[in-house]
Design a protein. Structure first.
Length: 679
């Protein structure tokens, strides 16, 4: 229980709280002690904060109320033994403009009161030069880039690493007379962070710190983001007082402040109610559990997460336990975004619910499990591939979202350029031969194969697929699942498929010599074979098959073409802006200095998870096997020989195709470099 010791220090009365302030109840003894001193006409008070590790908004308001009353009576309030965290809190909230802090140094007092006389009239560049952080040449270059790109000078200098973000914020703090702090636990009131919801805080990259007399102290890394402050003021009804902090610190504290906070109603509120679990064959015990739990928060949460993933076009759902929370992330356009955190206590219930939906053994927690969930929502039937993996903190769950309506596209909707669409369509007219689609995992190879199969599908042809696993069920097509556990491998299935009189065979992946050899033989004996390989470019398929032991003369006769592809994120249409390419970019890519090259980028908004990108498109590289390449393959060529052929043949490479999309304003140079240079 809170106790307040009272003694005399000269003509002043000292109050020493025995512990910190966790709630209003612990604050009441201090309030009563101050009231008692006022009743005894003791108008000079010292509050000793030796035992107070952190301050909250209620304490800060009490300090201001006490100072006001004491000043009205001709006295005043002084704080002593204030730790460094609380000194920061008093400074950034402006409380020490009214309340004396006994153990603050002179330099701290100058900083605390924002003594920046005359600095507000100086330009940022002059302040940076005066502080010895940059040269005049840096400032001149930043001014030039500012006029070309529209970016702020500070943003340009930090991006170019001429000044660290911390140093830049300190100078901006002086110029704009806005407090700056090192943001960490204790420098924010946890209860006040919930003044705005997690989604808004993450999108605007701000964190509420304290609410004192209707003024909301708000951490931001952009002191000139007036639209963000306006939005927070509209949402909260409070007046915003910005405080500068590094973006990385704000992001970390947002995650810490909101961890374990799941507001299911708010999360589900904007989603449709037409969500149904189908194709579920539960035993009687599981069915009873499901019926009893129907409508529970866990079921609502699972349904909401799945529906959110389908609505946002996510490819995967990750449910990951850590030491103190469960994190739920969605992979949208190839990037993982955290959408919520839940208390760790909820994790076993989430896992059990998903296992029930996948008709798995809920009691098995030591071994990995795989399963399948099928749901109906928004008029679509969507498959979810379930995978669990036991870890130190519990089972991690990943759900692969397989939405047939999104993934099986017509050939002309794959995003290929007109030139590449023409070549690919021509390859598919062949009656026999091997067509390969190459690229790393997650590059859309399967989508391209399914589109090709759907394009070729008609009642006059027999089409057979060998997949691991079967991702989308297609009409009139005989689809087969690889089952390694019982010895039903790609190679074994392919042997049997050849006895089924197929016209077209799709092999999910060529993984070994045996599968490659049988696929080549099938292609040479009158079948059109489509498959995938993990290579970095189209011509790399030749090298990979030769390395697998395929005879050069067989490969040269069987291979009719190879397609390499990557998925690049497209600029979000809701926040898309255009700018003129700066000189260094023109120089890097050999563009004329006199040419005005207009490029696009996204500012970031709620639609695109504040990334500036929404959706993805494929970039392609297609190598069609001609007589020159066939002759080259016969000679068991080296990689250098094949690269020389590509250059002489004028093949449009992945990077070339990507840069064409950049010029059209569909994506950015940074995105093309990220995806293609990663190899």
């Amino acid at each position: 229980m809170q106790k307040v010791l009272t003694d005399r220090v000269g003509i002043a009365t000292r109050l020493l709280p025995s512990e910190g302030f966790s709630d209003l109840a612990s604050l009441e003894p201090v309030r009563e002690a101050v009231a008692g001193c006022l009743a005894q006409r003791e108008n000079l008070l010292i509050i000793d904060l030796t035992n107070v590790p952190t301050l909250n908004s209620y304490v800060l308001e009490l300090l201001l109320d006490s100072q006001d009353e004491l000043a009205r009576r001709g006295g005043g309030l002084t704080l002593t033994n204030v730790n460094s965290i609380n000194q920061d809190v008093l400074r950034i909230t402006g409380v020490n403009d009214y309340v004396d802090v006994l153990n603050t140094t002179q330099n701290d007092q100058i900083l605390a009161h924002g003594s920046t006389t005359g600095l507000q009239n100086l330009r940022l560049g002059d302040l940076l030069i005066g502080a010895g952080l940059v040269s005049e040449e840096h400032v001149d270059e930043a001014v030039r880039l500012q006029s070309e790109t529209g970016k702020r000078m500070g943003e340009i200098m930090v991006e170019r690493e001429w000044v660290s973000e911390t140093e830049m914020l300190k100078v901006l703090s002086q110029q704009l007379d806005v407090p700056h702090t090192y943001l960490r636990a204790g420098v924010y009131d946890l209860a006040i962070t919930k003044t705005i919801d997690h989604a808004l805080a993450s999108r605007l990259k701000v964190l509420p710190l304290f609410n004192i007399r209707g003024v909301l102290t708000l951490a931001t890394s952009d002191p000139q983001s007036i639209p963000s402050f306006d939005e927070v003021e509209r949402t909260t009804g409070l007046i915003v007082q910005p405080v500068l902090a590094r973006g990385e610190e704000i992001e970390h504290c947002i995650n810490e402040a909101y961890e374990g906070s799941v507001e299911i109603d708010a999360y589900v509120g904007d989603l449709e109610e037409d969500f149904e679990l189908i194709d579920q064959e539960l035993n009687s015990d599981f069915a009873s559990i499901d019926e009893i739990a129907n409508g529970s928060p866990v079921i609502n949460l699972v349904n909401a997460v799945i529906q959110r993933a389908i609505r946002d076009g996510a490819s995967d759902i990750h449910i990951e336990p850590s030491r103190n929370k469960t994190r739920i992330r969605l992979r949208v356009d190839g990037i993982l975004y955290e959408v919520m955190t839940a208390a760790l206590e909820m994790h076993p219930a989430l896992v059990s619910r998903l296992k029930v939906m996948a008709n798995m053994d809920i009691s098995e927690r030591r071994l990995p499990q795989d399963g399948r969930i099928q749901v109906s929502t928004r008029g679509n039937v969507v498959d979810l591939r379930f995978s669990s993996l036991p870890g130190v903190n519990g089972e991690k769950i990943v759900l692969r979202v397989l939405d047939k309506n999104r993934s099986i596209l017509p050939i002309d909707k794959l995003g290929m350029s007109e030139h590449n669409t023409e070549i690919f369509s021509h390859l598919l007219t062949r009656s026999h031969g091997l067509i390969l689609v190459t690229g790393p995992t997650g590059s859309g190879k399967t989508t391209t194969l399914y589109s090709a199969i759907e394009h070729l599908n008609d009642t006059e042809k027999s089409i057979v697929t060998i997949e691991d696993p079967v991702e989308y069920q297609l009409d009139i097509i005989n689809q087969n699942q690889v089952k390694d556990k019982v010895g039903l491998t790609f190679a074994k299935l392919l042997k049997h498929v050849l006895r089924q009189d197929p016209d077209i065979i799709m092999v999910g992946e060529i993984r070994d010599h045996e599968t490659a050899e049988i696929a080549i033989q099938a292609a040479l004996t009158g079948h059109l074979v489509l498959s995938t390989l993990h290579t970095t470019d189209a011509i790399g398929a030749v090298t990979r098959l030769l390395d697998m032991g395929v005879e050069p003369y067989l490969l040269s006769s069987a291979l009719v073409g190879s397609v390499a592809q990557r998925l690049v994120r497209t600029v979000c249409p809701d926040c898309k802006t255009t700018f003129v390419a700066p000189p260094e970019l023109k120089k890097e890519f050999g563009w004329s200095e006199d040419e005005h090259v207009h490029l696009s980028k996204g500012r970031g908004c709620t639609t695109c998870y504040d990334s500036g990108y929404k959706g993805r498109m494929a970039v392609h590289e297609i190598v069609k096997s001609d007589s020159a390449l066939q002759n080259l393959m016969m000679k068991n060529p080296s990689r250098d020989n094949l690269s020389e052929y590509i250059e002489n043949a004028g093949v449009v490479t992945l990077f070339d195709d990507g840069m064409e999309r950049v010029h059209k304003g569909d994506t950015t140079i940074e995105e093309v470099k990220r995806i293609i240079s990663a190899d």
